[in-house]
Each structure stands twice: as structure tokens, then as C-alpha cells.
Design a protein around this ligand. Sequence first.
Ligand code: TXA
Ligand code: MG
Length: 349
Amino acid sequence: MQTKYFEFTSCDAPEFLDAARALREGLLVAFPTETVYGLGANALDRKAVQSIYEAKGRPGDNPLIVHIADLEMLKPLVTEIKPDALKLISAYWPGPLTIIMKKTAVVPDITTGGLDTVAVRMPDNHIALELIRRAGVPVAAPSANRSGRPSPTMTKHVLEDLNGRISYIIDGGPCKVGVESTVIDMTVEPAVILRPGGITPLMIKQVIGSVELDRSIVDRIAVDRPKSPGMKYKHYAPKAEVFVVSGDYGSIVNWLNKAVSEDRKAGIKSVILAAKEHIQEYGLSDAMSYGSINDASEVASNIFRLFRECDRIGAEKIYVEAIPKEGIGLAVMNRIEKAAGGRIIQAFD
Ligand code: TXA
Ligand code: MG
């Protein structure tokens, strides 16, 4: 299959209109959102949705998020919009918040991995919104990476994973947020966050009073039957082995310098992903900066790109300095810990 790639110029450009029509008619179109690039298909078209699973190599029981451009598009998809869900919608849509509600028969089972609920979000990106509007259908879109790879925050990542497997790639520049949306289950009481993301637990509490975090986020352990099926798969992982290293400044720096020098002796290529405040403590060729230790949003927007960069230079081990699990830092550490599997190190002096 020939993948047509183009840079977005205007909503009336012929290639944009072609892509929107192709999307409606059942083809796959990768498009920018504020979080990561999405791989879109007509959410109401079983065959189109099936081809998402094929292009990504994604297990069929992992449900997709349905993207909409306005509230009129939401109504046919869900049995009801509870008052608290409506409050969150008013506060945070368009934005990086995915809300799980009970689905109607309009949504095919394949879109929701057989569940009786559907995950819906309105992305905060004008290209995405206009594409959905012009397609005139709700758009099922997982992140536009091959299953198990880090999510794409630039079109070159989408090309790496999906060139030749999908019909269109629309380039809208790098994604602002950099980690995927928060997923919240509003079918239960109290509501539960299944995946942390750009909208933080505090931001949710401010609007609906209370919210819980799913065990898989808090305990870090693999739960047998997670509520969000996607959370059970190895995710976000570069090819290298990832290690998370936490501790105080001095201990981290000592531990990492020792680890890297031992790796070098053993002929292992390792890379440190470090705070820019620490970078001068490491050898020039050993470390890359993910941004400021005091700015989790900066780390969010860099982390997946850096994972892919480490792959490109052939890193066999990646050591990541932990950041505080505050604000969007919770989502960033969730993705890093998933990439690390159980490889979490506490550095002591
Ligand atoms: O930011 C995002 O959410 C991006 C962009 C493209 O919008 N999309 C994204 O999709 O991250 P994906 O497919 O990579 O992740 C969807 C997550 C998975 O963990 C999945 O299991 C969960 O949402 N999910 C979807 N529908 C669900 C449902 N009905 N119940 C529970 N979890 C659901
Ligand atoms: Mg994904």
C-alpha cells in the first residue's frame, strides 16, 4: 500500500479533503492530536476498525478510543451522559481526557473490544477536530504506533512504524502534551482513573469532588484482569532494556556513573535520560536531557521521542532518572515504569 504523506496547510486543501473522505469510506488516516498522533478509522465501520488492529499488530481485545468533534456526535454513542461526566466534559473538552460510558448498539463490538462501554474523547487540536468534522463520523483512533512501541509524537515516528500499512499521514508538527490522554471510567461510583494523562487527578477532583486511581497505577504490579485492557500489555517500550533510577541527587548521580562505566567495560551501550539540571554530572556521550526536573510537562513532551532516539543510536540499556509523581509527572512515570517492566532501582549512597 502506498501511504500518502502531507503537511497540513488548510482545511480546504484538496489532500485534506481527500483524507477526510478516505476516513469516512473506511481507510486509515494518521492525524495529529494534542497528546500523540492517532491512527484513525471510521468508528462505526467494522471493517475499517478491523484494519486498525491489523496495521498496528494490536490484540483484538484492546478497545479503541472514539474521537468526536462536538457533543452532537456523542449522543448516539452512549446510553446516558451522567451529570458528573457532563461536568468533566464542560471543564476539559476539547482536551486530553477520555471518558468511559455505557455504549449503545450504534458502536460496533469490535471498536470496544467486546465491552459494553465505550471510551470517548474530543481532542484539543484543530486539525483533528476539522478532520473528524469533515469525515462526518466518529473516529476510532489508537496511538499511531506498532503495538508495543512508544507512542508517536512526530510524523517521522508514524512513518517509522506504519509507512506502507495505512493510507494517509497528516503532519501537524510535534504534539504538545506528549503522553496519551487520561482515561476515566464514569460508569462506576466513585469514578476511577484507569490511565493517568494530561488531565491530573487533582484537576478531576476539583470538578467532581472525588476520584480513585486504578490499582495498576498505584501498585505498579501487573493486575490479572485490568479494567482498561490496554494496561496489561507491554507498552511504550523501546528496544533497549529500560531502568528507572530514583533516590536523592547525589546517590542517583553516583549510581549512574558507576553503572555506565561498568556497562562500557562489558561492551554494553547504555544511555542516561537525565534532568537538564544533572546533565553536566555525566559523560557527554552518556546522557541526554529530558528537560527540567521541575517541569513534568516538558518531560512529557520529550520522553517518547527520546526512547525512539535511543533505539536509533542502538542503545542496549536506558537508565531514566525518576521525576516526582506530581501533576502530569504521574502520567510520565506511569509510562516510564511500564517501559521498564519491573526494573526499578532505588539508588543509595
Ligand atoms: O491520547 C490518547 O488517548 C491517544 C490519542 C490518539 O487520542 N489515543 C490512545 O489510544 O492512547 P490507545 O488505543 O493507544 O489507548 C486507549 C486506552 C487503552 O489503554 C484501552 O485499553 C483503554 O484506553 N480503553 C479504551 N476503551 C476502553 C473501555 N471501554 N474500557 C476501558 N478501557 C478502555
Ligand atoms: Mg497506545
